[in-house]
Design a protein around this ligand. Structure first.
Ligand SMILES: [Zn+2]
Length: 199
């Protein structure tokens, strides 16, 4: 059983009392609303902890649980940042966002932006949005060029969408301008490549 004391400490750390300095001009009604908002957030936090405690054994530790939840939020945000950087570099049209602009927004150096994502993120963005990057090259399909167990080893990942994937056998590899490889069936070749004689 977690002590009231510990729970209130956690709530106070995570949802601090709004502070208004002496010279602050915030109207009383707004101050009251801010305090009420904090109270509400703390109550929701404590309710969530109580539910988590109920769902776990006697070893439940609210401090460790709170840390775990925050780390999960951080990981989720980090993943979204990597996907958005990939989107900005590879998918935005008519031209990609610059490394400088993305870096400034994400608190990274330009080279940090380049290193923040790779083929996995590019494919993930394609999966989530249904978009495909500009294609740079097409070649014959070789399953061994894709990571073991990925869909691109067997079927077309260039055509279709997340909810309605193309199930046709992969016949080609489409390489986008970032160098990321996609498997492609006979009918989903990018338009301009289809009309171009293959080397
Ligand atoms: Zn296809």
């Amino acid at each position: 059983m977690s002590t009231r004391h510990l729970l209130n400490d956690l709530a106070a750390i995570c949802y601090p009392e709004p502070a208004f300095p002496e010279e602050d001009q915030t109207p009383p009604a707004e101050r009251d609303a801010a305090r009420a908002g904090t109270e509400e957030a703390r109550a929701a936090f404590l309710a969530q902890l109580a539910a988590a405690e109920e769902g776990s054994g006697p070893d439940f530790d609210p401090l460790l649980n709170t840390l775990g939840n925050l780390v999960a939020i951080k990981k989720d945000a980090d993943e979204k940042i990597r996907l958005l950087l990939a989107y900005g570099r590879i998918y935005t049209t008519p031209r990609p966002h610059t490394l400088e602009a993305l870096g400034q927004a994400a608190g990274l150096t330009p080279s940090g932006v380049s290193r923040a994502f790779g083929a996995e993120e590019i494919l993930q963005v394609g999966d989530r949005t249904g978009l495909r990057p500009a294609a740079a090259d097409v070649s014959d399909h070789h399953p061994e060029l894709f990571p073991e167990g990925t869909a691109s080893q067997r079927r077309c990942t260039w055509g279709g969408s997340r909810t309605n994937p193309c199930t046709d056998a992969a016949k080609y590899i489409v390489t986008d301008k970032s160098g990321t490889r996609w498997a492609c069936c006979d009918s989903h070749l990018p338009g301009y490549l289809r009309s171009r004689p293959r080397a």
